[in-house]
Ligand binder design. Structure first.
Ligand code: CP3
Length: 340
């Protein structure tokens, strides 16, 4: 949709209709993406600027969304930090040499602003040219806890025991790892904005594995540094995490202009906790899109009712689009938001 609704909502300014985009909107739920992936591996797509740009624009051809998000993975900038990994089909990121002790940090370097994720940065320049200033482009990065959990566990894992065990028993290694990821992330987000990203989102997808005490002492100082180090970029910053609504106040105190809300809490309650000085983004359960059209419509309207027309609501899911989601339900969601 050709409008400033997304960027205006980030600033809690008036909008014509509630803006909507979807986390993971460029991925596997799109037939055009699946067709491209038959010819190229995920990493080929992500590391070829023209292909990454093409996939970024794919959802805009079929969905009337109010923003594009650059196609990459939270792991891809780690290539320029010296990390070897693959993105395994149906599994996710798998690391060649997981980080378990001090010496494993020897090969983890902090790429400078002009070296980090060169292919993604070039893709951002291409997308901005092709969008011609009409639809805003969101850049993004994984937050240090979520990145560290992949680097330590070595592959996707639900209970994060190795991660927590390293955090508790080798605090210096934890601090050094988190510090390097923090510096990399500031450089990466800076490079994205310099290349043309008009908003940025920090994904701390797995941080809900922690309780408030561990978050406050072992994670929050690094997230604080990221928001401190990106404030002067002057673009709206969205902070998203899932799994533990008890972290909302702490996560919100780190300085983002927009809080991404997961689906495990009512939007109205989340907004009350975050405070009216911030915009909120969310928060329909992505699994609702696997249900009937009636359910999609009803639940979408329910989220809108909770936002109650207050300025500063960006409609999104409470986590990423699930791969098996029917495209028609995504279209229905977007149309329901725009016609409300
Ligand atoms: O909107 C978009 O699709 C933009 C691109 C995007 C990808 N990953 C591409 C991708 C974004 C924003 C991400 C973020 C990401 N990656 C997160 C944070 C968001 C979230 O969902 O919590 C996380 C935790 C990852 C790590 C990751 N990458 C996992 C767990 C997986 C496997 C599960 C899955 O989604 O398929 C990936 C692989 C991945 N990243 C794919 C895509 C399109 C699928 C790979 C393929 O094409 O086969």
């Amino acid at each position: 949709m050709a409008s400033n609704n997304f960027l205006n909502a980030c600033k809690r300014e008036q909008v014509e209709t509630t803006p909507v985009w979807l986390m993971r909107q460029a991925g596997r739920s799109l037939p055009s993406y699946r067709a491209l992936r038959e010819r190229h591996s995920f990493m080929q797509v992500a590391t070829t600027p023209e292909l990454a740009a093409e996939v970024t624009l794919m959802p805009l051809d079929v969905l009337d969304v109010d923003a594009a998000i650059i196609f990459a993975d939270i792991m891809t900038p780690l290539t320029s930090a010296g990390v070897l990994f693959e993105i395994k089909e149906g599994v996710g990121p798998v690391i060649e040499s997981p980080i378990r002790e001090s010496k494993d940090l020897d090969h983890l370097r902090v790429p400078a602003v002009d070296e980090v994720a060169a292919a993604t940065i070039e893709a951002i320049r291409i997308v901005r040219k092709q969008l011609g200033g009409i639809t805003p482009l969101i850049g993004f990065a994984g937050a240090p806890f979520t990145l560290a959990s992949y680097l330590i566990e070595g592959k996707p894992n639900r209970d994060f025991t190795r991660t927590k065990s390293l955090m508790y028993s080798q605090p210096q290694v934890w601090a050094e790892l988190m510090q390097r990821l923090t510096e990399m992330t500031i450089n990466y987000l800076t490079a994205q904005v310099e290349a043309g990203a008009q908003a940025i989102q920090l994904f701390d997808s797995w941080v809900g594995a922690l309780g408030p005490q561990d978050y406050a002492t072992s994670v929050q100082p690094y997230v604080d540094s990221i928001f401190e180090g990106t404030r002067s970029l002057g673009v709206p910053r969205i902070h998203f995490g899932t799994g533990n609504p008890a972290l909302l106040e702490l996560m919100s105190s780190t300085g983002a202009e927009v809080m991404g809300i997961d689906f495990r809490i009512d939007l109205s309650e989340a907004w009350r906790r975050v405070g009216s000085a911030k915009a909120v983004q969310g928060n329909l359960d992505p699994a609702v899109l696997l249900g009937s059209p009636e359910l999609v419509k009803e639940r979408t309207q329910r989220v809108l009712q909770q936002a109650a027309g207050r300025p500063g609501h960006i409609f999104n899911l409470g986590h990423g689009v699930l791969p098996q989601t029917p495209l028609d339900n995504i279209k229905l969601l977007v149309d329901t938001v725009h016609s409300a």
